[in-house]
Design a binder for this molecule. Structure first.
Ligand SMILES: *[C@@H]1O[C@H](CO)[C@@H](O)[C@H](O)[C@H]1NC(C)=O
Ligand SMILES: *[C@@H]1O[C@H](CO)[C@@H](O)[C@H](O)[C@H]1NC(C)=O
Ligand SMILES: *[C@@H]1O[C@H](CO)[C@@H](O)[C@H](O)[C@H]1NC(C)=O
Ligand SMILES: *[C@@H]1O[C@H](CO)[C@@H](O)[C@H](O)[C@H]1NC(C)=O
Ligand SMILES: *[C@@H]1O[C@H](CO)[C@@H](O)[C@H](O)[C@H]1NC(C)=O
Length: 634
């Protein structure tokens, strides 16, 4: 608007005086603030806007012309067939041609087995190139892969496979034992395939490597067409409540997620990405892998993050880009200083969860020119990116014309997470400095604004809210509390709802609650996360009502170890004679959460998970101090 006035001012002498008067009034009444914001942020905003326009046009074009992730990958391969696509730390590598041939064989075999477009196959494997090559191969015949978290076992594993509706399960031989133990819980009739070296095959599984060895490596001949707005893979997220949900990742979502990182951080096909994040989540599996398949980068895969090997790996493989989550940064920082800290060519690290408190320390110690922090869930349409290296910010929203990208902070009750509405029933936008929940407007039909949702349609409703600013409008609720400064930079504050983060994973309290009450047969249990100074995220704590003191701690620790992944095991137990019932269940949790695990304050019996002996031991003041000073770790 100001620009318009300015042009007028230049060209229309008659209005000169009037405009000057208006301008002065505007400035004197606080408009100078706005001008200052424009002055400081227009370059950043223009960059964002350019990408938005570019990608919107491209997505439309791709959708019309039948481009998919598969055809984009074919193009990448043709350009540079002998370039390395994947390298693993044990010294093996796969060129683009090899990736293409392997995935063609997968496609041909499953096509011949009668798999067709929109059939579903679950893939359960540690991080290795086969994981990608298998889902890519299945995508070539329009089959959707459900990418399963390799930490899962028993009920949780069976749940994920069930909700996906998979016809078969392809698992890595390294997970043979887990599949065997969980076999009786899996859907009957599910067909099993095993991939990789195996010792004993005492479950009925077909050996995929043997089959593929002799299978045609020519491009599969399929009769149907797949389009950009159709499903590519399912990625599981533990949103805010309940068991993991399968989020739909369409071709276009996969494309623009990967492409936005590539674009904003000026990556090129020559970049070598160091990936230690699991490939079943979108960080590793879309933002990392996507830039291999679509942009032609090389990816170095390490199965399991190692703090002592991180910089050595980066140096040895000539990596230029590395991925992180907040926990990785913290683990790296507590390593003793070494000459290897800066002996590498990493120019960009991208990821999420790097805390503002350690941002600069991390950047300086390891001499990382650019930190690419972003915010966004797999299924979310409220994604923001820090594109200009601003310390601490997880992204930005333009202050000049916010309606261009309708992602906003709205006021919520910070304790219950409920929306605060004005007297007309509308939500209230946060001003700079006011914490609020990040929401993104859903406009169906527009790929950048749509919410593709979950495989389970019921779950969608919980992530959407209506009548936010206008009757009938619809927004995606991120479940996270952010704060914006006057220039539109966003900073992370907290999560709402019933999930906490521990060891880089979202833990759903209701899921853990369900499993624990199953084990101990006491009705009143509540799970929440408590903060331990010096650690990232929150440690799980369970409060149980046990009036008759019948709780069997040995049984609990044994069963919990068997049924829950390590990050979801409660670290603390609080045994009470009764849990306080309030009308809103959440409030009770909040109080307990705030009381934490200090035995000097809490009169109830407290126990902690002794990691060495895998038992729950008494938590007294001595132990408490040990936890605070870091001699006891989890
Ligand atoms: C640094 O790297 C060298 C070569 O890989 C290795 O021998 C040495 O142990 C590393 N130093 C530290 C402190 O990790
Ligand atoms: C955990 O939740 C956050 C916030 O909703 C989301 O950004 C992130 O992708 C989730 N991570 C996993 C592993 O599900
Ligand atoms: C505790 O003991 C009382 C009396 O023996 C019994 O009625 C009650 O059901 C018990 N409560 C639980 C939670 O086991
Ligand atoms: C539980 O309720 C009792 C009695 O109403 C009260 O004294 C106590 O402070 C409450 N505890 C918590 C943790 O809310
Ligand atoms: C940490 O606390 C424990 C328990 O109070 C104590 O024995 C130990 O000496 C402390 N260690 C340090 C390094 O302060």
């Amino acid at each position: 608007m100001f620009l318009g006035l300015f042009i007028k001012w230049l060209f229309e002498w008659e209005t000169h005086i009037v405009v000057l008067f208006v301008f002065l009034t505007y400035t004197v009444t606080g408009g100078w603030r706005f001008l200052r914001i424009v002055w400081y942020t227009w370059r950043r905003d223009l960059k964002g806007l350019t990408f938005l326009i570019y990608v919107s046009v491209l997505l439309k074009w791709y959708r019309k012309t039948g481009v998919t992730v598969v055809t984009l990958f074919d193009k990448t391969t043709k350009k540079n067939p002998d370039k390395k696509a994947f390298i693993t730390i044990d010294g093996r590598s796969w060129t683009f041609r090899e990736v293409n041939e392997y995935s063609n064989a997968v496609a041909n075999y499953f096509y011949d087995q009668g798999y067709r477009k929109n059939d579903i196959v679950a893939v359960f494997m540690e991080s290795r190139p086969e994981f990608v090559m298998i889902w890519l191969g299945l995508a070539k015949i329009g089959v959707i892969s459900a990418l399963i978290n390799f930490n899962l076992k028993h009920e949780a594993l069976a749940h994920c496979i069930k909700v996906s509706g998979a016809r078969s399960l392809i698992f890595g031989s390294e997970l043979c034992e887990v599949v065997k133990e969980s076999y009786h819980l899996l859907p009957t009739n599910i067909i099993l395939y095993i991939s990789g070296m195996y010792q004993t095959n005492n479950i009925q599984a077909k050996h995929l490597d043997n089959i593929l060895k002799d299978y045609s490596k020519l491009p599969p001949r399929v009769t149907h067409k797949t389009f950009f707005n159709e499903k590519l893979i399912y990625i599981y997220t533990s949103g805010t409540t309940g068991l993991p949900k399968a989020a739909v990742v369409t071709h276009s979502r996969f494309y623009y997620m990967a492409r936005s990182i590539f674009h904003f951080y000026k990556m090129t096909a020559d970049d070598v990405i160091y990936g230690t994040l699991p490939l079943y989540h979108s960080a590793g599996g879309v933002l990392g892998v996507g830039n291999v398949l679509i942009s032609g980068c090389t990816m170095v895969i390490r199965k399991k993050f190692s703090a002592s090997k991180f910089w050595i790996d980066c140096r040895d493989h000539g990596c230029t880009v590395a991925q992180y989550i907040g926990e990785i940064c913290r683990y790296l920082l507590v390593q003793p200083a070494s000459v290897n800290d800066t002996n590498h060519k990493i120019r960009l690290m991208f990821g999420n969860g790097l805390r503002p408190q350690i941002w600069l320390e991390f950047k300086n110690r390891f001499s990382i020119p650019q930190i690419g922090e972003f915010y966004g869930a797999t299924e979310s349409n409220a994604n923001i990116v820090n594109i200009d290296n601003t310390p601490g910010a997880i992204g930005f929203q333009t202050r000049i014309i916010p309606s261009v990208y309708p992602v906003t902070l709205i006021k919520v009750d910070l304790i219950t997470g409920e929306l605060i509405r004005d007297k007309y029933g509308r939500c209230i936008r946060c001003q700079p400095g006011e914490p609020g929940e990040l929401v993104g407007k859903i406009v169906s039909g527009k790929p950048l604004r749509s919410f593709d949702g979950y495989a389970d349609k019921e779950a969608n409703k919980k992530k959407m809210a209506r009548d936010i600013f206008k009757p009938g409008d619809c927004y995606f609720m991120s479940g996270d509390i952010l704060e914006m400064d006057e220039f539109g930079y966003m900073y992370f504050r907290d999560r709402t709802g019933d999930t906490y983060r521990w060891k880089g994973e979202n833990v759903s309290t209701s899921e853990v609650e369900a499993i624990i009450s199953n084990i101990i047969h006491l009705t009143d249990t509540t799970v929440y996360g408590v903060e331990i100074p010096g650690t990232e995220g929150r440690a799980g704590m369970v409060a149980v009502a046990d009036p008759n003191r019948t709780l069997d701690l040995q049984l609990l620790s044994r069963e919990v170890k068997k049924t829950l992944p390590s990050y979801a095991r409660p670290v603390f137990i609080r045994v009470m004679s009764q849990l306080n019932m309030t009308s809103t269940f959440k409030l009770k949790k909040v109080e307990y959460r705030m009381e934490g695990f200090n035995p000097d304050i809490i009169a109830d019996d407290l126990y902690y998970l002794n990691v060495r002996s895998n038992s729950y031991d008494q938590l007294n003041s001595d132990v408490y101090n040990g936890i605070l000073n870091g001699t006891i770790r989890f």
